[in-house]
Design a binder for this molecule. Structure first.
Ligand SMILES: [Zn+2]
Length: 441
């Protein structure tokens, strides 16, 4: 995290004070939000997308229609206050549409997001004598830099390795590094964790590498509770769904020690879009999350409709009063398999439920009438048990998703694209294969 001036330092301290003071509900919030929203409104006025805003008032915000993600993705440059070559950092998202969104970030963007996330994770990471290995698939998206910034801010020794940079940090190199550095925390994309776990299980190294590991912080893509339970069991570590957000919005929620995602209220103004319009983000509400990030500088956004269906609750056993958000995904999410709409999280809930599958690939025919599920076997498991596992997967698919696979089969290895995680956010690209000719089982 770059700080090379007194004004950056003052800004960092101001954000730190804001995010800690406004993390839970408090009486001073209304004044706080009014002031912060006026600032972001003023920055937004400087972009083509929000050029005709008019004067800010809390009422004017309530009258403003939401900004859709589709609109943002269709004309990303119109939302920039800072030209692409004038931010301190330049990133690109890998959107599900395949079109990258240009994402410059100023020093203030970086400082604010880093401090907001770091303060949320302070109870988990600071003072624990931790050492972090940042094992993420790409550096063109901002998440690895963000984790570096969080570690720097909290004083956690860290190293980053991008395991898909062929010939540089391949698995051998990472294993060598591991034995010297002995990481206690892994910041890792779920797909990368599956691939790495598979590699070291195959080599019989899991018992040797796992003793130092205490926390698995999964991020960069969706991870299901079943996948986290499975990975946590392999590694004998606590596995967390570390954060929720997007490259466009910045980080919106961060996990607590109870593996629940708390809204980052000090850095964002949250609302919920439901049948009644856009309403305050109070616990008990369900609908689409609408966010106005309070510190976005290069790309200020007002009432961004995240498109994700969420529900908000309170009373987390960790004691934090910020609402807990459960993200259900997009209403339009999912891919049709044999006439049923299937979402990643629902299928992975079935596939990973028994903690013995290293990955999966769905094969479908051109017409969508035939579908086979290939499961990558855990190298250490008993093959005799596989027919019973297949039958269980069939039964759960039938009960929960409303169809049966034409075949469920265990294989030794799946294409590495099924693990490439954050660099291939599109489920259709990473975990589906259309086959021309169906080979009968
Ligand atoms: Zn909590």
């Amino acid at each position: 995290m770059k700080i090379n001036s007194r004004s950056d330092l003052d800004f960092m301290e101001r954000i730190q004070q804001e995010v800690t003071a406004h993390r839970g509900a408090s009486r001073s919030d209304e004044t706080y939000y009014a002031a912060k929203l006026a600032e972001v409104w003023h920055r937004a006025e400087q972009t083509p997308a929000y050029a005709s805003l008019g004067t800010f008032s809390p009422r004017a915000l309530l009258d403003l229609r939401a900004t859709s993600k589709d609109d943002l993705k269709a004309r990303p440059l119109d939302f920039l206050r800072v030209p692409v070559d004038a931010g301190l950092k330049y990133y690109q998202t890998t959107g599900t549409t395949g079109l990258p969104t240009p994402t410059p970030r100023t020093a203030q963007d970086m400082i604010a997001n880093t401090v907001s996330v770091a303060e949320a994770w302070r109870p988990l990471l600071a003072d624990g004598g931790h050492r972090a290995l940042i094992l993420l698939p790409s550096d063109i998206v901002p998440v690895a830099d963000l984790m570096v910034g969080v570690c720097e801010f909290l004083g956690v020794p860290h190293v980053k390795a991008y395991p898909y940079t062929t010939g540089i940090s391949d698995w051998d190199r990472i294993i060598g590094l591991w034995e010297v550095f002995r990481p206690t925390v892994l910041f890792v994309a779920p797909g990368v964790l599956l691939e790495f776990s598979q590699v070291i299980k195959r080599r019989g190294l899991l018992d040797r590498l796992r003793p130092s590991v205490e926390l698995l912080m999964l991020l960069g893509e969706v991870s299901t509770p079943e996948l986290r339970a499975m990975a946590g069991q392999w590694w004998n570590a606590r596995a967390y769904d570390a954060s929720y957000g997007s490259t466009e919005s910045g980080t919106l929620a961060a996990c607590c020690a109870q593996d629940r995602l708390h809204l980052l209220r000090g850095a964002n103004y949250f609302e919920i879009a439901d049948g009644d319009g856009i309403v305050p983000a109070d616990p008990g509400r369900e609908g689409r999350l609408v966010v106005t990030p309070l510190n976005n500088d290069a790309r200020p956004l007002l009432r961004l409709d995240m498109g994700d269906e969420v529900s908000l609750t309170d009373g987390c056993p960790c004691g934090a009063t910020a609402p807990v958000v459960t993200v259900h995904g997009r209403g339009s999410d999912g891919t049709e398999i044999k006439g049923s709409r299937v979402r990643t999280r629902d299928l992975e809930g079935i596939v990973y439920a028994n903690s013995d599958v290293m990955g999966y690939l769905i094969e479908v025919d051109q017409d969508g009438t035939w579908a086979r599920l290939l499961l990558e076997r855990d190298p250490g498991t008993d093959r005799e048990a596989e027919p019973a596992k297949n039958a269980l997967v069939q039964r759960h698919t039938d009960e929960r998703l409303g169809f049966r696979w034409d075949e469920v089969r265990f294989v030794n290895r799946l294409p590495v694209t099924t693990k490439s995680g954050g660099s291939q956010k599109s489920w259709k690209r990473s975990n589906f294969r259309v086959v021309d000719e169906v080979v009968p089982a």
